[in-house]
Design a protein around this ligand. Structure first.
Ligand code: MTE
Ligand code: MO
Length: 425
């Protein structure tokens, strides 16, 4: 970064860093790096990893994370659901950086366990109001032109447990029902064209091959617009828990629409009124009426670091505040960070690839003076739509809801660096 580079709002440029270093006697310039210590055995003595040969190739034919990272895992909350087969676990957002979720860390949400399907045994049928009902094998699907897209998938119930007050101490639990993956698949439009949708074919019923089936209606305009039938995630085959060998991919819409283990698409002239679109995935308002078909995921953001599972352990000085921002409702225009509970806001710096309707990574680099902080982030999209505060959302939607909580999250950073989930009014 040169001295002429625009200074990121609230952050430090290189010259500031150098000044900060000089002020501290030259010893604490970059992120508090210490002056070379003469008696540090990690520098002065030859270590085992330097003295002996390491493991050879093929020690791990399928690579796994370092043994020093056992805590970077998906976690579930036992009391939340009656059984592990109809349950959810959470992406460890606080341990990740950048925008891509590694395949083994993508949260899982299934209603009837993980279906175990050999690709050779899998079939996708398109029937109903079509000229020619068709059945595709995986091999058939592999011969259609493919597309690659990086998109987020968020469960409609993400942050749902926080609706009536702060509950979980960690962004993994409050916001971890989201992942962001590069999918490879065939545009659904091509398959529907192959079958020939009749003029009165206005809706699709998608069905999974798992025990839950998870049938739900999708309007034809969406199906013909940007849906994919996906078989790869981050370059490799879908993981079983993500719908291997085939899943529906419905960008910017709530996760329940992304049918896993996809086996049937029936074309009809009206929605089917299935369980998953009547009793579930509707938003009960204070009036007793429910909003239906609230598919789009609104702008949302979360500070992942510091956060309750990721306290500040390095004391005062340079602090990297990091987080994620996303929106299914158009482009993210800006993300703001407040360190004083929403009184003052600074524009955070979005860094790295920033794909339309994917997760975006933001940073705000500050000097922490060791005093308590009330950390918040707030997204703004291209339509001028702001992420609401918790109270603004409750005023609009009451407190009966589970789904579509995109309100601003507050983390209370204490003087000792520990962090707690709180609400400010
Ligand atoms: N067939 C089938 N598809 C399904 C589900 C399911 O239980 N069965 N769960 C849905 C829900 S509610 C969500 S949030 C997403 C979760 O996708 P993931 O497990 O890849 O994170 O899959 C959706 N697709
Ligand atoms: Mo979901």
């Amino acid at each position: 970064m040169s001295d002429t580079t625009e200074k990121p709002a609230g952050g430090m440029n290189r010259r500031d860093f150098l000044k900060a270093g000089l002020a501290a006697g030259g010893a604490a310039a970059f992120g508090g790096a210490a002056a070379a210590a003469e008696n540090d055995p990690l520098i002065t003595e030859v270590q085992d990893w330097n003295r002996y040969l390491g493991a050879g190739v093929q020690a791990a034919p399928y690579g796994v994370p370092s043994e020093h990272e056992p805590h970077v895992v998906r976690c579930d909350v036992e009391w939340l659901t009656a059984s592990t087969e109809s349950s959810v676990n959470f992406t460890p957002l606080h341990e990740l950086d950048g925008i891509i979720t590694p395949n083994g860390l993508c949260f899982e949400r299934h209603h009837g366990g993980v279906a175990d399907i050999a690709p050779a045994d899998h079939r996708l049928m398109i029937n109903g109001l079509v000229d020619t009902p068709l059945v595709f094998t995986m091999q058939n699907l592999m011969r259609f032109p493919r597309e690659n897209r990086v998109y987020f998938l968020e469960c409609a119930a993400n942050s749902g447990m926080e609706w009536r007050g702060s509950q979980f101490n960690g962004c993994q639990y409050t916001h971890g029902m989201v992942h962001c993956v590069m999918y490879t698949g065939v545009p659904l439009k091509l398959l529907l064209e192959e079958a020939g949708v009749k003029a009165n074919g206005k809706w699709l019923l998608a069905e999974g091959a798992d025990a839950a089936a998870m049938t739900h209606s999708i309007p034809m305009e969406k199906a013909l617009d940007d849906c994919l039938v996906a078989f790869k995630m981050n370059g490799e085959a879908l993981r079983p828990e993500q719908g291997y060998p085939l899943r529906l991919w419905v960008p910017d819409w709530e996760g329940n629409m992304w049918g896993k283990w996809l086996r049937q698409l029936e074309v009809g002239d009206e929605p089917w009124q299935q369980r998953e679109e009547t009793s579930k995935y509707t938003d009960l308002l204070a009036s007793g009426k429910a909003r239906r078909f609230t598919w789009v995921m609104d702008p949302k953001s979360i500070i992942t670091n510091p956060s309750p599972q990721m306290p500040i352990t390095h004391g005062k000085g340079p602090l990297v505040i990091s987080g994620l921002v996303w929106s299914g409702n158009g482009q993210i225009k800006r993300v703001y960070v407040s360190i004083d509970g929403g009184r003052n806001w600074k524009t955070a710096r979005i860094d790295g690839p920033s794909f339309f309707k994917a997760l975006h990574r933001f940073y705000l680099d500050i000097e922490w003076d060791g005093s308590p902080l009330l950390l918040q982030s707030r997204a703004l999209d291209e339509h001028g739509f702001y992420q609401p505060t918790k109270n603004e959302l409750r005023a609009e939607r009451g407190e009966n809801s589970i789904y579509h909580n995109n309100s601003v999250q507050t983390w209370h950073v204490k003087e000792d660096g520990t962090v707690e989930n709180v609400e400010v009014s």
